[in-house]
Write a protein that binds this ligand. Structure first.
Ligand SMILES: Nc1ncnc2c1ncn2[C@@H]1O[C@H](COP(=O)(O)OP(=O)(O)O)[C@@H](O)[C@H]1O
Ligand SMILES: O=P(O)(O)OC[C@H]1O[C@](O)(COP(=O)(O)O)[C@@H](O)[C@@H]1O
Length: 329
């Protein structure tokens, strides 16, 4: 019998985390389950910093980016002592279950706590990066794409006016989901992702040749390359300088950064977050433990937390092939 659930948001915040919190609280309320929310990710758990969450507390948050519970990274949880301490707090507060909304790092944190905690643990995938196995999409990804797209479209205008090359760096840590999707939707001439191999300074010919071909075919015009962060060891600005030098054409870099994490969640993220929040509570009531609530082919599914960080999920192979064909043409 589950009577009390603890929830927290951890790691990079993602638009839609609030919608997930709301869905958890409303679903739990229907079953007379108390919910408490820890502040600042696992830090709030270690410090017993929390608030009770009632339906009125989550009434008007579905449209807000960020997370009402705040998020953080927490170094202490990397130690066995930290994990033990977290479990002690959960037991002291008589929590029957813990729901962690975050990325695969946060899920590893949840698994560490599970070594010492008797209650149930559930994960909900919340990260703009979409780099979690066991779910087609993570909460926040769809919004991040639209935010990136809005900016790339604007850069296209100025790039076209000056007939410049632009490198636009998008987030993703070590994955290219955001870059591939936003790059395709923006009509970028090239997309560079870690999945395609890391570019080295001595080996950027493959990147320059299509630019030169485009110059020959259509004359001077704008040329946009979307670059996933961590694709070029010296950084995207250094890559822009290298291209300018090599081609004698002005090349500018725009690092989009944390703007991609903010903003009101788009409809798809609100719906996904609501579905996964509700499903997580229902599955806890059915006894699920050490699982992530994900969505595959539009159906809610459970996926073992332990497998969520295996990085088996691939970039859409159809889009990758198409993009590489048009870039090399
Ligand atoms: N191997 C681990 N053991 C224990 N806790 C971890 C581990 N990896 C990550 N965490 C916890 O999860 C937090 C968030 O992880 P991080 O990788 O930064 O973000 P995300 O959850 O978005 O992937 C970390 O700050 C840490 O508290
Ligand atoms: O906000 P920080 O700590 O600089 O972290 C930046 C990283 O967080 C992200 O925005 C989100 O990553 P996580 O969800 O895995 O934390 C990455 O795309 C980026 O590399």
């Amino acid at each position: 019998m589950i009577k009390r659930i603890g929830i927290l948001t951890s790691g990079g915040d993602a638009p839609g985390m609030n919608a997930a919190i709301r869905a958890i609280v409303l679903t739990a309320s229907v079953s007379n389950i108390d919910v408490i929310g820890f502040h600042h990710g696992f830090n709030g758990l270690l410090e017993s910093d929390y608030q009770r969450l009632l339906p009125q507390h989550v009434a008007h948050i579905i449209h807000q980016g960020g997370t009402m519970l705040k998020s953080a990274r927490c170094a202490q949880l990397h130690t066995a002592e930290g994990a033990r301490q977290a479990a002690t707090v959960l037991e002291e507060l008589e929590l029957d279950a813990l729901i962690v909304i975050g990325g695969d790092g946060s899920f590893r944190g949840a698994l560490a706590i599970a070594n010492y905690y008797q209650g149930q643990i559930m994960g909900i995938p919340g990260t703009i990066d979409n780099d979690i196995d066991g779910t087609d999409f993570t909460i926040g990804f769809a919004t991040a794409i639209d935010t990136a797209l809005d900016t790339i479209d604007k850069i296209r205008d100025t790039a076209e006016a000056f007939e410049r090359i632009f490198l636009i760096e998008l987030m993703g840590r070590h994955s290219g989901y955001i870059s591939l999707s936003a790059g395709i939707a923006a009509g970028a001439e090239q997309i560079i992702c870690p999945e395609f191999g890391i570019l080295q300074p001595h080996n950027i010919k493959a990147l320059l040749a299509p630019i030169q071909r485009a110059q020959l075919m259509r004359g001077s015009s704008s040329y946009i390359i979307v670059v996933a962060e961590n694709s070029y060891p010296a950084g995207t600005s250094a890559l822009a300088e290298k291209i300018s030098e090599a081609l004698g054409i002005e090349c500018r870099a725009c690092i989009l950064g944390h703007i991609q994490r903010g903003g009101s969640p788009v409809g798809a993220d609100r719906i996904l977050a609501t579905k996964l929040g509700a499903f997580a509570v229902e599955q806890l009531l059915d006894g699920a433990h050490l699982m992530m609530a994900g969505e595959v082919h539009q159906k809610p599914v459970l996926y073992p937390l332990i497998n969520t960080g295996e990085k088996k999920k691939q970039l859409d192979p159809y889009l990758v092939r198409w993009q590489q064909n048009i870039a090399s043409d």
